[in-house]
Design a protein around this ligand. Structure first.
Ligand SMILES: *Cc1c(COP(=O)(O)O)cnc(C)c1O
Length: 394
């Protein structure tokens, strides 16, 4: 049943509409982190790698994420940051198409994905080209010269959603390898990685999976391609036998070859605890609740605040679990909202972003949030000089 507010520590007086950027603290996560530090680390010391099975955390947590995105057991590992996982997936994918030189993404992709691609192509130095057409033009841009199609399913700014099945099919028809970034999908919309047949997927755990700031990322490789993955980051934890301490690298014969170095045990344990919240959640129910909240939010904001312009697709089927509005004074207005306990965020140049996560939000929260938004807009409360100063993180 949704929501599950009692499973989260959300401060009184806060309506949290930013779970698309940093999910709230799940109950149990702090206790778990404390136990890992005090008991496992404190008492067990180095023995805990075995006694608490720290060494297999990247796979154990990966398997739990797999259940939320339709990936089979053993096909996902966690660790590092999403930027690193993008690099690993793209490097592996490019090696699978050595005769081709084009990476196709889109101009709505999250900048770090594009930056990592640019950096990797520079390192390879074989004349690869990154193409970034408009999202709507991606399907028509998949030509026979494309080595890899690398896309983020849900646009971080607008919430616009790509069709995983259709694009993956087109990529494969053209002979390209497919990589999906599920940063704003995992825990937000139903995803079936196995059915999509895409070779790779990556994503983060600190957004809708509520794993905490800096929580490690995940990477999926389709089981039948893993043995063709040539790891660009050949770290010892991805070796077939790390403690054999061999001089030469031999990749593990599983997705574990996409591990790099020592896993972040405390943070991964928090992700593990955070995933308990999902036990028994049906992703179809979650999606229905997300659409219900988003539709209510859009209708209320549009009727109360005509100054705000919807910057997300109007069709809920084409939207993830966030709603964005454009407003010229969006940054200051968001600061005024945050000051009043309605927490969303801002993305340049003028986007006010609101995440609608049904795990801890209900219709009353949406109505109360819109009440505050209307108060800020109607009374031009955003004009207060306090709200004009840009922080480093928006
Ligand atoms: C949030 C997000 C990232 C963040 O990458 P980090 O390495 O975790 O900082 C990358 N890509 C996409 C598409 C995102 O939404």
């Amino acid at each position: 049943m949704l929501p599950r507010k009692d499973r989260f520590e959300i401060p009184d007086g806060v309506i949290y509409l930013d779970g698309n950027s940093l999910g709230p603290l799940p109950k149990g996560a702090a206790v778990r982190a404390g136990d890992v530090v005090a008991q496992e680390w404190g008492n067990e010391l180095i023995r805990a790698w075995n006694t608490a099975d720290w060494i297999s955390l990247p796979k154990r947590v990966g398997d739990r994420i797999g259940r939320l995105i339709g990936a089979p057991e053993g096909s996902i590992v966690t660790g590092d940051t999403l930027s690193i996982k993008v690099y690993q997936a793209l490097a592996a994918a490019l090696k699978m198409r050595p005769e081709r030189r084009v990476v196709l993404s889109d101009n709505g992709n999250f900048p770090t994905d594009l930056y990592m691609a640019q950096g990797l192509m520079g390192t390879i130095d074989k004349g690869h080209e990154l193409r970034t057409p408009a999202p709507e033009a991606v399907l028509d841009s998949i030509g026979e010269d494309v080595a890899v199609v690398m896309l983020t399913q849900v646009d971080y700014r607008s919430g616009r959603m790509h069709d995983i099945a259709a694009i993956t099919k087109a990529a494969h028809a053209a002979g390209a390898v497919m990589i999906w970034d599920l940063a704003h999908s995992a825990g937000a919309v139903p995803v079936d990685m196995a059915a999509s047949n895409a070779e790779f997927a990556v994503g983060c755990t600190y957004k809708y999976l509520n794993g905490g700031p800096g929580a490690p990322a995940f990477i999926y490789a389709r089981p039948d391609v893993i043995e063709n993955v040539d790891p660009a980051m050949a770290g010892w934890m991805g070796h077939e036998a790390p403690f054999a301490m061999e001089l030469g690298y031999r990749p593990a014969m599983s997705a574990e070859r996409l591990r790099v170095g020592t896993p972040p045990v405390v943070q991964l344990s928090i992700v593990d605890a955070a995933l308990d919240v999902w036990d028994g959640v049906d992703m179809a129910d979650l999606r229905a609740a997300s659409i219900d909240l988003s539709e209510l939010f859009i209708a209320e904001v549009e009727s109360r605040c005509p100054q705000l312009t919807l910057a997300s697709p109007r069709d809920p089927q084409l939207r993830g679990s966030q709603v964005s509005f454009a407003f010229a004074h969006g940054y200051a207005a968001m600061q005024a909202l945050i000051d009043r306990g309605v927490i969303g965020d801002f993305r340049a140049p003028d986007i006010m972003r609101f995440g609608l996560a049904p795990l801890y939000l209900d219709r009353n929260d949406v109505l109360a949030a819109v009440e505050t938004i209307a108060e800020v807009i109607d009374n031009e409360l955003w004009a207060d000089p306090r709200y004009q100063r840009m922080s480093r993180v928006t």
